[in-house]
Design a protein around this ligand. Structure first.
Ligand code: FES
Length: 546
């Protein structure tokens, strides 16, 4: 292992600190993490440890198909095994793009070696025709303008170049930004790190400090199981609501908690998150971008406003509780971070719906929905797959109007392996041309954290395992009542029980990871982890071999 290091680098009981590094040219959001790793290394050396770069599986939303989520659990498993197999004492986790921080945290939780996260940070705000553009959110909006014929394809491509103007991950409050903030809310970063823009020199300062901290984490044996308590997860749920974060956080937090044996259920998101005000005016729920959040005071300034809702017993990697960092935080721009007294929305938590269409639950993010559609009754227009949707959505024969409820099935964890982000299904072109910009949509799929709309997601059980979505027929009356937390087909149960479920989903793969995945994936309400990866195996192997 020496490779140019003097022998005494490995003497005197110096801790070996791995840097689990998801840098990859195929994950553009994480491509700069090698530079971040260099700063982490300097901090580790300075504090008396030995840094060891550990390239790990990386998942980029822009390139990996059909969906990076298909490999989140594989990445978590591979990282877990490498952390366990190698002679290391602690780990610094470098992530950015959506699935990378969740998979790193799931792995670290299962190995339970001292661990700390450095989120790679969002990219800088880009402008097009004088207006700021949000990654993802404005892509959805502008692509609908192209479909509606109000924006040319050339102008659309120019907007893309303007949007992606620096290193870093998506600059909206999408899944990457959300999971970075939640890593901090969970206590797994040095407080004040999340949201530091990727090109900002202060990210490298934090990375250096995190390297130093990793050495002391080992000395104090401060492992994820000591930091990630139920109180930490409940603080993360409060944070998720206050920042208007991605619905994908629901499956990720459930999966991370599952690795630790922390009791966390879908209803906790509604029970704890409901009543928490939305304080961050960021796309997709609002106007601004991550760069603005950082200059306005950052996540800690947001959390200070809801400090009374946070559990002060929840620790962080520094040994201090998260709430100990809030006094020093300040809001510098109240148009970006609202005061508790003037929130963007009073109740911002993710709502958990139940009913005969989703007996094990479905989720909706009211902050990203149209208020007038949160109570809605409409006729179902059912699509059996993404292919069916693409084939028929713009057909002149499709019997649809703006009051219809668009239903997409066959896209849950097992039905379309990986549970793709297709839940915000596009609207029929002829309705777009009429000016319609939102409709109620229901699916067993996920939705990009950068997307918006009155979109009910994660319906469980999914259609592919016989959930009631498989029973719906076009024309059925669907009732969405978010205030009452209901999602129903308004038909007598005896009529539904006479129906044969429609078989949906892909042809089952014969071998390889996808076979393993569909045989073992859990439903969305359990975090869509694999059943045999739930829990922890500890880190005895690496300690013994050291
Ligand atoms: Fe990586 Fe959006 S594509 S965070």
């Amino acid at each position: 292992m020496r490779r140019g290091l003097p022998q005494d680098a490995f003497e005197g009981g110096k801790p070996y600190i791995a840097i689990a590094n998801t840098a990859s040219d195929l994950t553009p959001c994480n491509a700069h993490l090698d530079e971040v790793a260099t700063s982490v290394k300097q901090g580790i050396w300075e504090a008396g440890g030995v840094p060891l770069n550990l390239p790990v599986m990386s998942l980029g939303e822009t390139n990996v198909r059909p969906t990076a989520m298909l490999w989140r659990n594989l990445a978590a498993m591979a990282i877990e095994e490498m952390l366990r197999a190698n002679p290391i004492d602690g780990v610094v986790l470098l992530g950015g793009c959506d699935k990378t921080i969740p998979s790193l945290l799931m792995a670290a939780a299962s190995v339970d070696l001292p661990a700390v996260v450095v989120p790679g940070g969002p990219m800088l705000t880009g402008h097009f025709r004088g207006a700021p553009l949000g990654c993802g959110t404005d892509v959805w909006r502008l692509s609908e303008e192209v479909r509606a014929g109000t924006l040319s394809r050339e102008a659309f491509l120019r907007s893309e170049s303007a949007m992606i103007r620096s290193k870093g991950h998506c600059n909206t409050m999408g899944t990457a930004s959300t999971m970075a903030c939640l890593a901090e809310a969970l206590g797994m970063t040095i407080p004040g790190t999340a949201g530091t823009p990727a090109p900002d020199a202060r990210l490298l300062e934090r990375a250096h400090e995190t390297g130093r901290l990793a050495v002391s984490l080992v000395a104090e044996d401060r492992t994820p199981s000591r930091v990630l308590t139920r109180a930490s997860f409940l603080n993360a749920i409060v944070t998720l609501a206050a920042i208007g974060g991605s619905t994908n956080a629901v499956v990720h937090l459930l999966a991370i908690a599952g690795r630790l044996g922390v009791e966390l259920i879908l209803d906790d998101f509604d029970r704890v998150g409901s009543g928490v005000p939305l304080l961050v005016d960021l796309q997709p729920a609002g106007r601004h971008l991550m760069d603005d959040l950082f200059r306005a005071g950052g996540l800690l300034a947001v959390l200070k406003e809801v400090g009374d809702l946070l559990d002060p017993s929840a620790p962080t990697v520094t040994g201090e509780p998260l709430t100990a960092y809030l006094d020093a935080a300040e809001i510098w721009d109240e148009t970006v971070i609202r005061r508790r007294s003037s929130p963007l929305l009073e109740d911002a938590g993710i709502a958990v719906l139940r009913g005969n269409l989703a007996p094990r639950g479905a989720v909706i993010k009211p902050a990203a929905a149209s208020p007038e559609l949160l109570r809605h009754r409409g006729r179902a227009v059912v699509f059996d797959s993404v292919e069916d949707l693409n084939a028929r959505l713009d057909s002149p024969d499709l019997d649809v109007d703006e009051t219809s409820v668009l239903i997409l099935r066959g896209c849950g964890p097992r039905g379309y392996p990986g549970m793709p982000e297709v839940g915000n299904l596009p609207l029929p072109r002829r309705l777009l041309e009429k000016g319609v910009r939102d409709m109620v949509r229901v699916s067993d799929a996920r939705m990009s954290g950068t997307a918006y709309g009155t979109v009910v997601l994660h319906a469980a059980p999914e259609a592919a395992v016989g959930g009631p979505l498989a029973l719906v027929r076009t024309g059925d009356p669907i009732v969405l009542d978010v205030p009452a937390r209901r999602l129903d087909i308004d038909l007598p149960q005896r009529e539904l029980s006479l129906r044969t479920p429609v078989t949906t989903g892909f042809a089952e793969p014969a071998r390889g990871w996808q076979r393993l995945y569909i045989d073992h994936v859990l439903q969305a309400d359990q975090g869509a982890d694999l059943d045999f990866l739930v829990g922890s195996s500890g880190h005895e192997v690496s300690r013994e071999s050291h």
